[in-house]
Design a protein around this ligand. Structure first.
Ligand SMILES: Nc1ncnc2c1ncn2[C@@H]1O[C@H](COP(=O)(O)OP(=O)(O)OP(=O)(O)O)[C@@H](O)[C@H]1O
Ligand SMILES: [Mg+2]
Length: 159
């Protein structure tokens, strides 16, 4: 199964995010991993667009969590966009109660999610962002991918 997608420009990464919305289900937690400036926020903006968020999506580096209302036919009503880069302890992440935040028809995208991996007591999806030598980006999807989702991810790779 191919789960990676090359994005030549930031517009491509946004587009990849927008179509990734179709891979998501209510309750999903998606860890966005990869180095500074790799495109995690750019991708999140695209996902927001794909979920029908109309307000402006900006980096949650300082606020840690931003909540956006969604309008789509996927049954996802809320997007929690988080960034745990500046979180000083795992207790702080626990205080964000991310697991609970996504229970009610919501999904969570967590930038630097690998830093708080141990906090998430259940299966997560992962999108890793690599900065290629040519300054393009390679997005690799991993984590808990069941049969139904597998087909959606494969479709996403080709979109
Ligand atoms: N193919 C690409 N996809 C995404 N961003 C790209 C791409 N090519 C260049 N860029 C640039 O890289 C930067 C990505 O910034 P972005 O804020 O999305 O990264 P980030 O992973 O969220 O960083 P941080 O770790 O600081 O949160 C932007 O300045 C963008 O213009
Ligand atoms: Mg960011």
């Amino acid at each position: 199964m191919t789960t990676s997608r090359r994005c030549a420009t930031d517009a491509d990464t946004q587009k990849a995010g927008a179509s990734f919305a179709r891979v998501l289900r209510s309750g999903d937690i998606v860890l966005l991993t990869g180095p500074l400036g790799a495109g995690k926020t750019t991708f999140a903006k695209g996902v927001a667009k794909g979920l029908g968020v109309t307000e402006r999506v900006t980096s949650p580096t300082f606020t840690m969590v931003r909540e956006h209302r969604c309008d789509n036919d996927l049954g996802i009503k809320t997007l929690q966009h988080c960034d745990v880069y500046r979180v000083e302890s795992l207790d702080e992440v626990l205080d964000l109660a991310l697991g609970e935040l996504v229970e009610e028809s919501a999904v969570a995208l967590i930038e630097w999610g690998e830093l708080a991996e141990s906090v998430f007591g259940r299966d997560v999806l992962r999108v890793n962002f690599e900065i290629d030598e040519e300054d393009t980006r390679t997005l690799l999807v991993g984590g808990e991918i069941d049969e139904a989702r597998r087909a959606l991810v494969e479709r996403w790779v080709d979109q």
